[in-house]
Write a protein that binds this ligand. Structure first.
Ligand SMILES: [Zn+2]
Length: 283
């Protein structure tokens, strides 16, 4: 009899212990869920509408929103996904997209030191400085664009295009020596972070003004209206420095293909934004 009572007591203790344990766990889970729900509410529950919303960035979204209360929620998501809540070069990753028109390179995403794009071809001297190369697809598009511009009386001349990693090492070091690292970082890319290493971009002039004054030329106006039709975008626009991380470059154009270029032009966004909206984690 005594044994039975002891046995019963032990069983009751065990069962209630388990029950309490389960309940505690449930409460904990509920607590966690409601904090998350509160955070999402602060972000107007955009996670339901925006498919590039990333759960793992939730706290960063909230922090960025607190610092930038005037920004639209959608822009907060985009900017944090780009990495803009962190300093340039603070937390970087290597691009997973080699030899694609939609490869993105900026102050958060770099290429391998030894990355050399496939199908690099020499540019013709009729529209380029000597020794210039581009990836085949970009070169073909460029030639169509140059021809179209010429037919309408505008000159487009390539002053710089593909640059190797080592070339960028020398260029960047020279800038650092002249102006210091902080200043150099505002206008020059660090080696591995230069879009020129992709073989998909060009610096151009009109054969008359210096390329840094390209904005003053008639060819610039023509490019503004027509570049997207050939798959090119103005990569570092005037009013987008805080997104691209680069000061305005009226002469620097990037080949992304017609579809992407047209979307970017129509919606007045940067390629960095397009990338986090439509490319990242989707290909
Ligand atoms: Zn450039």
């Amino acid at each position: 009899m005594k044994n039975i009572i002891i046995y019963l007591i032990i069983t009751i203790c065990l069962i209630s212990g388990i029950w309490l344990g389960i309940n505690n766990h449930k409460e904990e889970k509920k607590g966690k869920r409601s904090t998350e729900e509160l955070k999402l509410k602060k972000l107007k529950n955009v996670n339901k509408e925006i498919d590039y919303f990333r759960d793992e960035h939730l706290d960063r979204y909230i922090a960025y929103q607190e610092k930038n209360p005037s920004l639209k929620t959608e822009d907060i998501i985009k900017r944090v996904n780009i990495g803009l809540d962190k300093s340039y070069y603070e937390e970087t990753k290597k691009t997973p997209y080699h030899n694609k028109d939609y490869i993105l390179v900026n102050k958060y995403i770099s290429m391998e030191d030894n990355y050399i794009p496939n199908h690099l071809e020499d540019l013709d001297l009729s529209y380029s400085r000597s020794g210039m190369k581009l990836v085949h697809t970009a070169k073909t598009a460029l030639e169509k664009m140059v021809t179209a511009a010429k037919e309408e009386g505008y000159m487009i001349r390539v002053m710089s295009s593909y640059r190797s990693y080592n070339y960028q090492v020398n260029l960047y070091n020279k800038y650092v020596q002249n102006d210091g690292k902080e200043a150099a970082d505002t206008y020059s890319a660090r080696p591995g972070y230069s879009e020129h290493q992709t073989g998909l971009c060009i610096d151009i002039d009109d054969g008359i003004v210096n390329y840094t004054d390209f904005e003053q030329s008639k060819s610039f106006k023509w490019m503004q209206e027509n570049a997207h039709k050939y798959g090119f975008i103005l990569r570092y626009p005037k009013d987008k420095s805080e997104i691209t991380g680069y000061t305005y470059e009226s002469w620097h154009y990037r080949y992304v293909g017609k579809k992407i270029a047209s979307y970017i032009k129509k919606h007045n966004i940067t390629f960095d934004e397009y990338y986090v909206m439509f490319i990242e984690n989707k290909y």
